[in-house]
Design a protein. Structure first.
Length: 138
């Protein structure tokens, strides 16, 4: 077995070290971060005026019940991660507990979500915006 010698890594044309990023790659990275920032800002501002889709109350209510009760029977046809993320901001809102209500005991996911959003005494639009924020950040 012979030992092969490694050839030195050629230097970039600008004379910098091979490990240091070039000026053009820095510009590309900066542009990517700027575009991601712009995209995030546009998503937050456009979500402010969006109405709920049909299934969002069910997802938000299910996520809230997952985190508060560790009970996964609502909306079990979908994975829980995004629902959990959406419900995290709601944990700090002091929402009333609906665990004795028929919407919870009978696992009426849509009705439970609507009750959580619209009968809690909180601003439903603010609750929905809070629930959408972690999804946008994700």
């Amino acid at each position: 077995m012979g030992h092969k010698s490694r050839e030195p890594t050629p230097l970039p044309p600008d004379g910098g070290s091979a490990a240091s990023p070039t000026r053009s790659s820095k510009i590309v990275n900066l542009a990517a971060f700027a575009l991601l920032g712009l995209m995030g800002a546009l998503m937050f501002t456009s979500a402010r005026d969006d109405t709920l889709t049909f299934d969002e109350p069910a997802h938000i209510g299910a996520g809230y019940s997952y985190l508060r009760r560790a009970d996964y029977r609502m909306n079990s046809e979908h994975p829980p991660l995004m629902k959990d993320l959406a419900a995290v901001p709601l944990l700090f809102r002091g929402l009333p507990e609906w665990w004795d209500d028929a919407t919870w005991t009978e696992a009426q996911q849509y009705e439970f979500g609507l009750k959580l959003l619209y009968d809690s005494g909180s601003d439903p639009d603010a609750l929905v915006r809070a629930a959408k924020a972690p999804i946008i950040l994700f």
